[in-house]
Design a protein around this ligand. Structure first.
Ligand code: KIV
Length: 271
């Protein structure tokens, strides 16, 4: 008999229970095997394979260019590293809006080809047919409201959303709809803290905020921002825990100096 005890996996049910118990949910983005190993070892609850990969991994200005194939590549790399965290994958722009059959096919490809546990979509009532169809196939769906980066060209800017009563009301209605449809959690991005708190108290599913203040049921950040790997991004909501861009650059410069002056490799570093 094996004495090896497997780490208890986080599931969508775990998150709901955490909300019930008033326990905060932690989520960070991950896009590759090595970082996902560290994320999982840290005890993070959820790893989001975000379409922010388009920005931080591929260098695009927006999240729009990343493809379904590329998301599957990132997601499968993450899944291979993870033993405990719930892995949620963004359906990329163009893979689920407008046609629920296409949405279902995209979600099924993500689940089948990457082995991830759930998908995330941006938007409320306008994409409800897609959400219903994905859910009907047994694929868990996380919603995303407020600032939805896939619609950046409609918004025009990355400023705080739903400051006006009408947009706030629409957001409340969309949040209630996503809860009713059966989404398991909801990301609230860059909206006033009071509104995020009100929504979090009014729906049963957990809310996970980014720039939504402290009253949401959990928090998410882009890992590269938290670690200071990105340099020129300073929104008010971001807390940087490291300045890895400079730390890594310093290490690389030390290596360059060592090689150039013949210090690397030394006697012990050769055969
Ligand atoms: O793609 C992403 O990283 C996200 C988070 C910012 C929530 O959607």
């Amino acid at each position: 008999m094996s004495v090896h005890k497997e780490a208890k996996r986080i599931t969508t049910h775990t998150l709901r229970e955490m909300k019930r118990q008033g326990e905060k949910i932690t989520m960070l983005t991950g896009y590759d095997y090595s970082m996902a190993r560290i994320l999982d070892a840290s005890g993070i609850d959820v790893i989001l394979v975000g379409d922010s990969a388009s920005n931080v991994m591929a260098g695009h200005e927006t999240t729009l260019p990343i493809t379904l194939d590329q998301m599957i590549y990132h997601a499968s790399s993450v899944v291979r590293a993870v033993q405990k965290a719930l892995v949620v994958v963004d359906l990329p722009f163009g893979s689920y809006q407008g046609n629920s059959k296409v949405a279902l096919e995209s979600a099924i490809r993500i689940m089948k080809e990457s082995g991830a546990h759930a998908v995330k979509v941006e938007g409320g009532s306008v994409i409800q047919e897609s959400i219903k169809r994905i859910l009907s196939a047994g694929v868990p769906v996380m919603g995303h409201l407020g600032l939805t980066p896939q619609s950046i060209y409609k918004f025009g800017t990355y400023t705080v959303r739903a400051r006006q009563e009408e947009e706030a009301q629409q957001l409340m209605e969309d949040a209630a709809l996503l809860d009713e449809l059966g989404c398991f959690a909801l990301v609230l991005e860059k909206i006033p803290a009071e509104l995020a708190g009100e929504i979090s108290r009014s729906i049963d599913i957990p809310t996970i905020g980014i720039g939504g203040g402290s009253q949401t049921d959990g928090q998410v950040l882009v890992t590269h921002d938290l670690l200071g790997l990105t340099k020129d991004f300073h929104p008010r909501f971001l807390r940087r825990y490291l300045e890895l861009f400079d730390t890594i650059k310093d290490a690389m410069q030390e290596y360059i100096v060592d090689v150039r002056r013949g210090d690397f490799p030394n006697q012990n570093e050769q055969y």
